[in-house]
Design a binder for this molecule. Structure first.
Ligand code: C2E
Ligand code: MG
Ligand code: MG
Length: 281
């Protein structure tokens, strides 16, 4: 008898054991889908009711410690689940398309708030790849700037590095048009894996943000230290301002400042805070 032949009584035993497992898997998948649908409904209600909040994380010049900008970071206070972090709901909003309306709200609300900051401060707003589809972003940015009165040079959009895997001509034209308004363009999360040097050259970028995974083990990790120095040199050679994310220690700050990194963000300087804690209101 071949070794993989199953006897009748064994076959039925296998069936009996398999069924509950399959049942449990189906039940788990159904529960996850129901939870997703519930969250999608809650997201729609939150947007309608103006329940989202923006917190801001200051960005400092590493050489002087002067704060010169802040990044808007979305927060969702949920009635049952408390403060839901963006990593938990932005992927869902991207999947459902709700990120387009949410992103438009973020742009408008952040520009409105930043218009009240000292003129030397700039604002960074994260933009999801889905917001670049169809070209509506250009109109949204123009409207947010016009209604708030914020100077375009004080706004910067952050595009995540993963967006740049397949940047097409339409996206390139859209980003160039946004740049022509005077708005800055930052490549966020640099070092997480995707952007080729060719793409870096093609896009009309102004800023490169080093992902915190590159910063975490500085200055002790010699490979990371070498990579970071090389990336800073590349950014500068392309005419970009280089910003490091996730700076938590003085040793990291000193290494980055000594390596010529221009600006930084991180808990060493400040956590993301509600707008009133920026001290301008
Ligand atoms: P990001 O744009 O790279 O933002 C930086 C994230 O790192 C923020 O997490 C911030 O709180 C966190 N962070 C800052 N400094 C430190 C540090 O020193 N140590 C550590 N461990 N973390 C630090 P947050 O606020 O949870 O946001 C996560 C991501 O969600 C953002 O990453 C961004 O990709 C996305 N996101 C946030 N707001 C928006 C938004 O309005 N629109 C879109 N499309 N995405 C957003
Ligand atoms: Mg960002
Ligand atoms: Mg980032």
């Amino acid at each position: 008898m071949p070794p993989d032949t199953v006897l009748p009584q064994e076959a039925s035993a296998t069936k009996m054991e398999g069924a509950p497992t399959r049942f449990r898997l189906h039940a788990r998948r159904d529960a996850a889908a129901a939870e997703r649908r519930r969250l999608e409904r809650d997201l729609a209600t939150a947007l309608q009711r103006g329940a989202f909040l923006l917190h801001y994380q200051p960005r400092v010049v590493l050489a002087t410690g002067a704060a010169i900008a802040a990044e808007a970071l979305l927060r969702w206070p949920h009635r049952k689940q408390g403060m839901i972090p963006p990593a938990m709901f932005i992927p869902l909003a991207e999947r459902s398309g709700q990120i387009i309306a949410i992103g438009e709200w973020v742009l408008r609300a952040a520009c409105q708030q930043a218009a009240g900051w000292p003129p030397s401060w700039s604002l960074s707003v994260n933009v999801s790849p889905r917001q670049l589809e169809g070209g509506a972003l250009l109109g949204q940015v123009s409207t947010a700037l016009e209604t708030s009165g914020l100077a375009p040079e004080r706004l910067e959009l952050e595009l995540t590095e993963s967006l740049l895997v397949d940047v097409d001509t339409d996206t390139l034209l859209l980003l160039s048009a946004v740049r022509d308004l005077g708005v800055g363009l930052a490549l966020d999360d640099f070092g997480t894996g995707y952007a080729s040097l060719a793409v870096l050259k093609r896009l009309p970028l102004t800023v490169m943000k080093l992902d915190r995974s590159l910063v975490r083990d500085l200055p002790a990790d010699r490979e990371d230290a070498a990579i970071v120095r090389a990336v800073i040199a590349t950014g500068h050679a392309l005419g970009l301002t280089v910003v490091a994310e996730g700076i938590e220690s003085e040793a990291q700050r000193a290494f980055l400042a000594g390596s010529g990194c221009d600006e930084g963000q991180g808990y060493l300087f400040s956590q993301p805070v509600p707008p009133e804690r920026l001290g301008f209101v």
